[in-house]
Design a protein around this ligand. Structure first.
Ligand SMILES: CC(C)CCC[C@@H](C)[C@H]1CC[C@H]2[C@@H]3CC=C4C[C@@H](O)CC[C@]4(C)[C@H]3CC[C@]12C
Length: 423
């Protein structure tokens, strides 16, 4: 079937067939799959953290709303608005999902979104770091100082094959908002949200134009007592449409049988928000109407050696020119250097020091524990997290101290610590 596939370039048809065969027996390590060049992306997975805030005005809108119920709704709306960017922007732009570069330990992706012209957004900064290589785990922090909004999280994947590539995400995101009038420096005055990550699978692989479909659910709990439940379904399911979902928002005291708001539609195109009490339609959100704000990243020559685009530059160029030999030489250079570093660390009995994140025992965070309990999630009890510690190499939190003096652009974070062009 794949051999006659119009989505696969003629020169790649036989390699696509063997790729499909290799998937059927793969061991769950997505990075070990040798995919044909036309499906390779020159972007590293560490960049994907940016999808959380490509609409800065929706991100900061949370902090401007004084009513906690409405704030919870804005959080849900913002979360839903990120799904299009996270999961379908690549297939829309490039014609299919692509296989990203597998980040190396310590790889960084740093940038900022400036004011997006939709009001007084201020700067929103992004720090993304590969905190583990075996297993691969990425951590990120997205911070808008001006409005006191901060998102942080980490994620890792577990893949398997059963007719389709199935991917379960481990990890979670934590959002912290300063409501109007609250002091952003007092943690007791900040409102916090715990966000779980959806599972997904890859569709249309045999036709050569793979795309992501979300599965199962996302739950969001807020420290003011609101819970959102988003249930995903795809083409073969109830609504019959791809990328479909239904969501409810309720107060924990009322229970999910008494929702305050409902939202349904397709996360990749349009969805409708309704007041569940009056059944009144409040808003129809259309992804196509939402322009993304470009992330500003330092020029290559100003970047640190560990910054993703600089580190992968030669590999990316090889992929873009379809020069697989140059790609593989450049890739081996990175892999060998990493192997050397790991060897040296082992000899010295030390561990690679993460630049912006640290491992924590989340049981020390009582608000987090309450949010987890609201969603019926329990840590393993050994400090290994809500999510299997083996899969994420620990519970990762942003270490503000380490980033304290940092202001964008984060040039030259290298071995000199956090330094700037103007330093
Ligand atoms: C396209 C086929 C041939 C290869 C398989 C590529 C795999 C590795 C790709 C396809 C879609 C990708 C996912 C798409 C979106 C996200 C959300 C982001 O916040 C974390 C990474 C995550 C979860 C990606 C992980 C890697 C992924 C699962």
């Amino acid at each position: 079937m794949a051999a006659a596939n119009p989505n696969v370039p003629v020169s790649s048809r036989s390699s696509w067939s063997s790729f499909l065969k290799s998937i059927a027996s793969f061991n769950g390590d997505l990075s070990s799959l040798t995919a044909p060049p036309f499906i390779l992306s020159s972007t590293s997975l560490v960049e994907y953290s940016a999808y959380w805030a490509e609409h800065p005005s929706l991100f900061i809108a949370l902090a401007i709303e004084p009513n906690p119920e409405k704030r919870a709704l804005l959080v849900l709306k913002w979360f839903l608005s990120t799904l299009h960017q996270q999961y379908s922007s690549r297939s829309e732009k490039l014609g299919s999902e692509k296989k990203p570069l597998n980040p190396f330990l310590g790889e960084l992706f740093l940038g900022k979104w400036g004011d997006d012209g939709n009001g007084d957004t201020g700067d929103t900064i992004l720090i993304s770091e590969q905190v583990s290589h075996h297993p691969p785990a990425t951590a990120y922090a997205i911070i808008n100082e001006k409005h006191g909004v901060e998102l942080q999280g980490y994620n890792a994947l577990k893949a398997s094959f059963s007719g389709a590539i199935q991917v379960k995400q481990f990890g979670h995101a934590l959002l912290s908002v300063t409501p109007p009038g609250a002091d952003k420096n007092k943690s007791s005055e900040r409102e916090r949200f715990l966000i779980t990550l959806p599972s997904l699978h890859i569709e249309s692989l045999i036709y050569g134009n793979p795309f992501v479909e979300l599965e199962k659910s996302t739950r969001i709990a807020s420290s003011t007592g609101y819970i959102s439940k988003i249930d995903y379904s795809g083409k073969g399911w109830l609504s019959g449409k791809k990328n479909a979902f239904t969501a409810i928002l309720y107060n924990e005291n009322d229970g999910e049988k008494n929702p305050l708001y409902t939202i349904d539609g397709q996360w990749s195109s349009t969805f409708t928000i309704r007041d569940a009490r009056t059944k009144k339609e409040l808003e129809t959100y259309t992804t196509a109407n939402m322009k993304t704000t470009p992330l500003e990243v330092a020029a290559l020559e100003q970047q640190d050696a560990y910054e993703s685009r600089r580190a992968w530059h030669d590999v990316a160029r090889g992929i873009e020119c379809g020069d697989m030999e140059a790609t593989s030489i450049a890739k081996s250079r990175i892999e060998n250097a990493q192997r050397e570093l790991r060897k040296k660390e082992k000899e010295e009995g030390i561990e690679w020091e993460r630049r912006f994140f640290k491992r924590v025992d989340e049981r020390d965070d009582s608000v987090f524990m309450r949010l987890a309990a609201m969603l019926d999630l329990t840590p393993a009890g050994d400090g290994s997290g809500l999510d299997n510690n083996d899969k994420t190499s620990g519970v990762w939190r942003f270490d503000k101290e380490r980033a304290k003096d940092a202001k964008p652009p984060y040039h030259k974070v290298g071995n000199q610590g956090l330094g700037y062009a103007d330093e």
